[in-house]
Design a protein around this ligand. Structure first.
Ligand SMILES: [Zn+2]
Length: 276
């Protein structure tokens, strides 16, 4: 992070000697405003004043928490790195534009200077005053533009370098954010699939429960509804049950042998029923 550039930006926005707040906030989260005041040797109101100015551009954000003991609110401040970089980017782009206008003027226009006063004027202004100084009446001399041209070009190069650094950092932060978002989306997608699967299981379990309850209420109907193979088995069960019931009356008087033959007869009946 271009801390020095951020310093300058903060001072541009919040006034002289405020840039050091960047050192306190940078790389941290929710910094207690009383701590900031202590470190900057400022009153809490002075600190809030700086931070409110910065929050107008969303360069900082805050969380408010009530102090349980004292009953007032304490603000916790966080530097918004991406917003700071965006603001810096804009500020540098504007600066470069202004420097380019200055360069163009120096390359295409004439300036005049009064050496004793050290005052430089545009050609139009020099013309207005008959090419003599407004203050001391000394005759203006033509300015040498080569120095200002060289200086301005150097400033442009420097500012463009800073702009590239800021853009790179911004891209890094955005790439990070994109990856984070992609991860979150993937996770949400997975959770949705799992949730659907779970709902399916829950519904299936609920259906089974209802079916079982219904079957219980209606007696032996549930197994009948199942597969054909089970149907046969049930019919067998019913008939074999029926037979012993009829037998039961006779069982008391009739011998074991007779009961066995009757069972066989019952089975035959079942087979016939199954073929039907
Ligand atoms: Zn003069």
């Amino acid at each position: 992070m271009q801390i020095k550039l951020l310093h300058d930006l903060v001072e541009e926005l919040a006034g002289e000697n405020t840039g050091r707040i960047v050192d306190i906030l940078f790389g941290k989260k929710n910094v207690n405003e009383f701590l900031i005041a202590k470190k900057m040797d400022l009153t809490i109101n002075q600190v809030r004043n700086i931070l409110y100015k910065l929050s107008a551009d969303n360069l900082v954000s805050f969380e408010r928490k009530k102090d349980k003991r004292k009953g007032w609110y304490i603000y916790y401040w966080t530097l918004n790195t991406e917003k700071c970089l965006m603001k810096l980017e804009l500020s540098l782009v504007n600066k470069i534009e202004k420097l380019k206008i200055i360069l163009e003027n120096r390359e295409t226009k004439r300036f005049y200077v009064c050496k004793p006063c050290g005052i430089e004027v545009t050609e139009e202004k020099a013309l207005d005053h008959g090419f003599s100084c407004e203050e001391c009446a000394e005759v203006y001399e033509l300015s040498d533009n080569s120095g200002p041209i060289r200086d301005t070009k150097a400033k442009i190069t420097r500012t463009e370098k800073s702009l590239t650094l800021i853009k790179d950092e911004l891209e890094l932060i955005r790439e990070k954010a994109r990856k984070k978002k992609a991860r979150a989306e993937k996770k949400a997608e997975k959770e949705e699939v799992e949730r659907k699967e779970l709902m399916k299981q829950v519904r299936a379990a609920a259906r089974k429960k209802v079916a079982e309850a219904k079957a219980k209420a209606e007696g032996k109907t549930l197994p009948v509804k199942k597969t054909a193979a089970k149907k046969k088995a049930v019919v067998k069960k019913i008939t074999t049950k029926k037979v012993p019931v009829k037998k039961a009356v006779t069982r008391k008087s009739v011998t074991k042998k007779k009961a066995v033959t009757k069972k066989k007869a019952g089975k035959k009946v079942v087979k016939k029923k199954g073929k039907k």
